[in-house]
Write a new protein. Structure first.
Length: 298
């Protein structure tokens, strides 16, 4: 029940409400619901089709990558560490590309301006990349180290004047264990030169300093006898000493020099064993020695 006023304001309010209801009714009736329904169904079908194609490509790509890497490791005898790293990296790159195109396709189907979004994302990505240059350098350099097979887990290598055994190698860092037990974590971006001592036979050179008046023929006979008895006990020796040489070592001094080659990683053990037997044999024969200097080099 409305209270009437002299100026008829209640009638005006009722008329305005009725007018608004009529406008809403006209707007509702003007909508083509059938067209909207058809458009929605087509949109859902396009998105579903895109998802189906995405999952098919993902399965096919995963199968192809796995097949290629299994064949690669079988033919090249690649270590599992490198296989797993490159395999996961390839999968991640492939999946990232697929997800990018999936999102791009869905946004395009929904009518969202993808170009504008990509331009904005490019600016943000540029800003982030400026702060992550070191990380990107680690990834790129690590990938090249693995791809070119510059080192493997278990190799004896020298990196940045650090000599040790490779404990782990990945896209971010290389882990070395020094011979004193120290663990070194080296960012891949700082690796410029890798000296790998596990890819070929290693040279063992032992020099035993002698007094000037030492009987060299006697020294040669003693060392030859040690070699004849000891070399058959070491299968890791690949090239036996060809001769016992006497070389100048400066300041008018002479040293007996023995050179042999061993399998990679065995040079230190062979050097120490032969050095010990040489010294013992010379001492038993009454040959006095000054301070003994020996060296092993590659």
């Amino acid at each position: 029940m409305y209270l009437a006023t002299e100026d008829g304001s209640v009638d005006e309010v009722i008329g305005e409400v009725t007018k608004q209801k009529n406008l809403l009714t006209q707007f509702w009736e003007s909508i083509d619901w059938q067209e909207i329904f058809v458009y929605g169904v087509m949109l859902v079908l396009k998105i579903l089709l895109s998802l189906i194609v995405f999952f098919i490509l993902k399965k096919v790509g995963r199968y192809v990558i796995e097949t290629v890497f299994r064949k690669y490791i079988k033919e090249k005898h690649t270590v599992p560490n490198r296989y797993n790293t490159l395999y996961k990296l390839s999968q991640n790159i492939y999946n990232s590309v697929l997800y990018f195109f999936l999102v791009y396709t869905i946004l395009g189907i929904m009518g969202i301006p993808v170009g504008t979004l990509i331009a904005g994302a490019g600016v943000i990505g540029l800003t982030l990349s400026l702060g992550a240059q070191g990380f990107v350098s680690d990834i790129v350099n690590g990938f090249m180290i693995l791809l070119e097979k510059q080192l493997d887990v278990g190799d004896v290598v020298e990196i940045n004047s650090i000599l040790g055994v490779v404990e782990d190698v990945n896209l971010k860092t290389t882990k070395l264990k020094d011979f004193d037990g120290t663990i070194h974590f080296i960012p891949n971006r700082s690796i410029t030169v890798i000296s790998n001592r596990s890819r070929a036979d290693m040279r063992v050179m032992i020099q035993i300093r002698l007094f000037p008046n030492t009987d060299l023929d006697k020294v040669r006979r003693v060392l030859d006898r040690v070699n004849q008895n000891l070399i058959p006990q070491y299968d890791e020796i690949t090239i036996e000493p060809s001769e016992i040489a006497f070389v100048p070592i400066g300041a008018g001094q002479t040293a007996a020099q023995i050179i042999m080659y061993t399998k990679a990683g065995k040079e230190f053990g062979v050097r120490n064993a032969f050095y010990e037997h040489y010294v013992e044999a010379l001492a038993k024969e009454g040959i006095e020695l000054p301070t003994i200097n020996f060296d092993t080099s590659v």
